[in-house]
Design a protein around this ligand. Structure first.
Ligand SMILES: [Zn+2]
Length: 274
């Protein structure tokens, strides 16, 4: 039986300059960025890949960093939250028993507190950086209130299995599901892509923040618009690793059996969510 995939935008952000971030539109017009997450369903069983911005963030917005609210200008629309959209699709949010995280940045982990019953799967290195502060990253990057409810974490630190030429490990989800965590470090210490086997040979790969604009994984690569490139570099914790991760995703894109998305590209989201 194949897995059904739903593409959800769990948080529109409107940073300054459409021209510099989206590569078109006005210099002084606000840009559009999305938080592209996945809802995976089979026989009523549900799993999320990332959670975007959650109700918990919207109800406690004063706990989000002021710079994020001012520059990113997230819409903070309750209807865009994962929990609202799962319900709007006719599913019971309590059936979301698992969440697989690409990483724990505040624009990805905000919905965790809306699913306190779910097991949260993440790279061990990412968990340590975000929850224990080891290694320390940019201050204010992770938002501890997003896991104050004490999630049931499942962390992974062995990536021995080859997936399409990359190290990976199987995520322990529902019986018969083949979902893998594929480390793509550089953006954060334990940043990972999530590979989902949909059918016989077909895979979907969520690359998280390994790229922000689809043009970065073109062959040959095209540079992201300048404002976006600035954001990418400001957020990275290791440039060489980030570039190697971006290269790895570009190589995956050459394989016809794999469809790919990232988190923040609005055009890619519009195409895949149609
Ligand atoms: Zn992000």
């Amino acid at each position: 039986m194949t897995l059904r995939l739903f593409h959800l935008n769990a948080g529109t952000m409107s940073p300054p300059s459409a021209l510099l971030v989206n590569g078109r539109g006005g210099l002084f017009e606000r840009a559009r960025m999305v938080c592209h997450i996945l809802l995976i369903e089979r026989a009523g069983e549900l799993c999320l890949v990332d959670t975007g911005i959650g109700l918990n963030d919207i109800n406690n917005r004063d706990q989000l960093p002021a710079a994020f609210l001012k520059k990113g200008r997230p819409s903070l629309d309750p209807a865009e939250t994962a929990i609202a959209q799962v319900g709007a699709l006719g599913f019971d949010p309590h059936n979301v028993r698992h969440v697989v995280m690409t990483h724990l940045d505040r624009d990805h982990a905000g919905g965790l507190a809306d699913f306190p019953w779910a097991k949260v799967h993440v790279h061990d290195t990412e968990h340590r950086a975000a929850v224990k502060g080891q290694p320390a990253v940019q201050p204010g990057r992770y938002a501890a209130q997003q896991w104050r409810h004490g999630p049931d974490w499942a962390t992974y630190d062995r990536f021995g299995a080859d997936w399409m030429g990359l190290p990976s490990c199987q995520v322990d989800l529902f019986d018969g599901w083949d979902v893998r965590l594929v480390p793509l470090p550089g953006h954060t210490p334990g940043h990972s892509g999530v590979a989902v086997k949909r059918g016989d040979d077909a895979w979907f790969f969520h690359a998280g923040d390994a790229y922000y604009s689809r043009r970065q994984i073109d062959s040959p690569p095209r540079r992201a618009p300048l404002g976006l490139l600035f954001q990418i570099r400001k957020a990275e914790i290791d440039r060489a690793q980030r570039i190697a991760s971006e290269d790895a995703v570009r190589r995956l894109r050459q394989r016809p059996a794999i469809s790919i998305c990232c988190t923040h590209d609005p055009d890619e989201f519009d195409r895949l969510s149609k």
